[in-house]
Design a protein around this ligand. Structure first.
Ligand SMILES: [Zn+2]
Length: 327
């Protein structure tokens, strides 16, 4: 059973989930990845738990296009078991939701190869499932993420993303919420509005613009080739995205992933969607955003030791190369 342990000095929470070691792994080069052995392929639905949400195919309402299932090897779980307690070492069961979003009924390995309309259905599943789990008052934080490629942490190659909803606030999100609120208290403006206005003026790190959305390489990108997607408008939560905007965002994401693959062929990557935590008083000063992080180099000693980052590709250079690829 997954448990939550609080660092006694820093106060940060760590999820300890030994069961996840037993996850199936299909990236070994000699192993068959034919659809008959893949639990995510159409026809193999009985190999996974029942769906908690399906998005139908436009052409046939009987067929699923996107399927959301509970993770068989969850990092958090809805059941709560008693754990040994201590007045110093704080631990509790890691309550929450851990879903897998199967992004296609077909055995596709890269999200960039899905049609834009299918990526829009995936984003619809993200949006609708985030809204459902956010309504649970035990939930403090929600995130969609994706690991594509074994080196990025994917254990099954069939295109999928994941939703993790936790009863604690991860330090990265806490830092963003605090920074957004501090900026608002000092200026009565949104921190992300000012940053995006200045990025638009500068232009050197902009990768693509689509209507009310901006894709750029952040000024202080932690990883080589890191990209970030934002709405220009002050929108705290991804859950409020309209169907029309999902279509726009799907095209932008597909193009971003194609550009990434053109510049860094077959690079594994992680995607993370940060959306304002439900019920947090600082929501109003937040801005949802989606980060694409290529895993071109390993995380090494300095990063592990310090929590600081060394990026060997300038964000301006990365943005120029992505723009050329897009063009
Ligand atoms: Zn498959």
């Amino acid at each position: 059973m997954a448990e939550l342990r609080k660092d006694p000095i820093l106060g940060d929470c760590v999820i300890v989930a030994p069961e996840r070691v037993a996850r199936p792994f299909d990236h070994e080069p000699h192993r068959s990845t034919a659809s008959e052995s893949c639990p995510f392929c159409k026809g193999n639905e009985t190999a996974t738990p029942d769906a908690v949400l399906t998005i139908p195919d436009d052409d046939s309402t009987d067929e699923w296009a996107v399927r959301v299932i509970p993770n068989r090897y969850p990092a958090v779980a809805s059941s709560s078991a008693e754990l040994p307690t201590s007045d110093y070492f704080e631990r509790k069961s890691a309550a929450g939701y851990h879903d897998v979003i199967v992004e296609s009924p077909l055995h596709e390995k890269a999200t960039r190869n899905l049609p834009a309309a299918q990526i829009a259905r995936v984003m619809q599943a993200w949006r609708d499932r985030l809204a459902v789990v956010s309504s649970d008052e035990a939930i403090t934080h929600t995130m969609i993420f994706k690991n594509e490629g074994a080196a990025a942490g994917a254990s099954l190659e069939h295109v999928h993303s994941q939703l993790l909803a936790t009863s604690f606030m991860p330090p990265e999100i806490e830092a963003e919420l605090a920074a957004g609120q501090k900026h608002f208290d000092q200026t009565e403006t949104n921190a992300w509005s000012e940053m995006l206005d200045r990025e638009l003026d500068d232009e050197s790190r902009i990768v693509a613009l689509a209507d009310e959305y901006i894709l750029h390489c952040p000024f202080a990108s932690r990883f080589s080739g890191q990209m970030c997607l934002y709405p220009k408008a002050s929108l705290p939560g991804f859950e409020s995205t309209s169907d029309r905007d999902l279509t726009l965002l799907a095209r932008l994401l597909k193009n971003a992933l194609k550009s990434l693959n053109d510049v860094f062929p077959d690079a594994p990557f992680n995607l993370a969607l940060h959306t304002a935590p439900p019920r947090d008083a600082r929501r109003h000063a937040y801005r949802w955003h989606l980060t694409i992080t290529p895993r071109l180099t390993g995380i090494a000693g300095f990063e592990i030791g310090s929590g600081s980052w060394i990026n060997v590709v300038s964000p301006e250079d990365a943005a120029a190369r992505f723009r050329d690829a897009t063009g």
